[in-house]
Design a binder for this molecule. Structure first.
Ligand code: NAP
Length: 328
C-alpha cells in the first residue's frame, strides 16, 4: 500500500485525537492541517508533526498533495467544508453527524459522485474489533433472532454557552452529537428501515435538545435508545436475542469489550481487545484500504447507511419542531 497524505480540517478536540491515530497507523502520514487562523494551524502542525499548515480551509482543499481530508469542524460547518473539499476533487472523511439534514447530505453525495471521489461519515464505532466480533456473533446465529436493542449514550456536561454542544447555530444538541451512535448501533443489528420512529426530547434553554428518547420499531422487535447531556451514565448497550444476549461494556460505541451470554444469562464468550492507540486507527486503516481498492464509498459504512440514519434524525427533529438557525 502506498503512503496516504492526510489533511485535517479544523483543530479542535477530536482533530487532536485523530491526529494521534493517523500518526499511529501504518501507511498514513499527517501531511497538512488547516485552521481558520494560521497560528492555531501552526501550533497543531508543530504538536502533531504535520508537514504543512494553512490559515484557511481553502488552501488545504487546493493542496494537490493531500489524498484525503478529515473534516473535524462543528456539525453546522460540515456541509460547506465537505462541499469545498469535494468540489476540489478531494476524498473526504467527515465527522459525525455528517450534515444537519438529509437535503444537505444528498447534495454532497451528488457532488462526490460527480467528482468521482471517496466520501464517508466517520462512524468509527463500526471498525472497532469488539463491534465486529458482536456482529459476527449475531450473523452466525449465536443469539438467535434479534428481538431488542438497548443503548443509552449520556454524559453529565457542565453547561457552557460557548460549547458547540449547546449552540443551536452550530448544530448543537444531543441527537446530532450523540444520538447518531445509538441510532446507527440499532440499525446495524436490526436494519436501516425501522417501520416506526417514536421520539421525544427535552429542548433546553439554547433551543437544542439536552436530552432525548427514541424508540425504533421493527417487525420483529424494537430498539430503545437514549441520549443526553444532563445525566451520569456508564453507557453500556445490549442486544437481546431469542437465544442469548450480547453486552457491549461501558461506553458501548468505543468499547474494546463485548460479552456473549446464553438465554439463561451464562457467559459463553468474552472478547476484550484494548485499543492499541485510541481506537480511531481502525477507521484510518479502513479508509486507506478503500482508497487502495479504488472504492468511492466504504463497504462497511456505505452512504446508504448514513442516509438512512440522517432520515431518522430528520424525523425526530421534525417531531420536536427543532430547526437549526440558518439551516438549509
Ligand atoms: N468521532 C468521535 O469520537 C467524535 C468525538 C468528538 C467530536 N466528534 C465530532 O467532531 C466534530 C468536532 O467536534 P469537537 O468536539 O472536536 O469540536 P471543537 O473542539 O469545538 O472543535 C471544532 C473546531 O472546528 C473549527 N470551527 C470551524 N468553524 C467553527 C465555528 N463556527 N465555531 C467553532 N469552531 C469552528 C474550529 O477549528 P479552527 O479554529 O482550527 O478552524 C474548532 O476548533 C463534531 O462534528 C463532533 O460531532 C466526533
Amino acid at each position: 500500500m502506498k503512503e496516504y497524505n492526510w489533511g485535517i480540517l479544523a483543530t479542535g478536540k477530536i482533530a487532536a485525537t485523530f491526529a494521534k491515530a493517523i500518526n499511529y497507523a501504518d501507511h498514513a502520514k499527517l501531511y497538512a492541517v488547516a485552521s481558520r487562523t494560521e497560528d492555531k494551524a501552526k501550533a497543531f502542525a508543530e504538536k502533531f508533526g504535520a508537514e504543512k499548515y494553512y490559515g484557511t480551509y481553502e488552501q488545504l482543499a487546493q493542496d494537490k498533495n493531500v489524498d484525503i481530508v478529515y473534516i473535524a469542524s462543528p456539525m453546522a460547518q460540515h456541509y460547506e467544508n465537505a462541499k469545498l473539499c469535494l468540489l476540489n476533487g478531494k476524498n473526504v472523511l467527515c465527522e459525525k453527524t455528517i450534515t444537519l439534514n438529509l437535503k444537505q447530505l444528498e447534495e454532497l453525495i451528488a457532488i462526490a459522485k460527480e467528482k468521482d471521489v471517496f466520501f464517508m461519515e466517520a462512524m468509527w464505532m463500526k471498525f472497532l474489533p469488539a463491534f465486529k466480533k458482536a456482529k459476527e456473533w449475531v450473523q452466525s446465529g449465536r443469539i438467535g433472532e434479534v428481538k431488542a436493542v438497548k443503548a443509552e449514550l449520556s454524559s453529565m456536561n457542565k453547561y457552557d454557552e460557548n460549547d458547540r454542544l449547546f449552540i443551536n447555530r452550530l448544530g448543537g444538541g444531543s441527537l446530532l452529537d450523540l444520538g447518531v451512535y445509538p441510532i446507527t448501533f440499532a440499525c446495524e443489528f436490526f436494519g436501516y428501515q425501522p417501520k416506526e420512529i417514536i421520539s421525544d426530547a427535552l429542548i433546553g434553554r439554547t433551543g437544542v435538545d439536552f436530552d432525548a428518547s427514541i424508540v425504533l420499531r421493527y417487525d420483529n422487535g424494537y430498539a430503545d435508545l437514549g441520549v443526553g447531556f444532563d445525566m451520569e451514565n456508564n453507557n453500556p448497550a445490549f442486544i437481546l436475542g431469542s437465544e442469548g444476549r450480547i453486552r457491549f461494556h461501558e461506553w458501548f460505541f468505543c468499547t474494546g469489550r463485548v460479552t456473549l451470554y446464553d438465554i439463561d444469562g451464562n457467559v459463553l464468550e468474552e472478547f476484550n481487545n484494548p485499543h492499541p492507540c485510541n481506537g480511531y486507527e481502525f477507521e484510518v486503516s479502513h479508509v486507506m484500504d478503500c482508497l487502495d481498492k479504488g472504492l468511492k464509498q466504504s463497504d462497511i459504512n456505505p452512504l446508504s447507511h448514513t442516509t438512512a440514519t440522517q432520515k431518522i434524525m430528520d424525523k425526530c427533529r421534525a417531531d420536536w419542531g427543532l430547526v437549526f438557525e440558518g439551516e438549509n
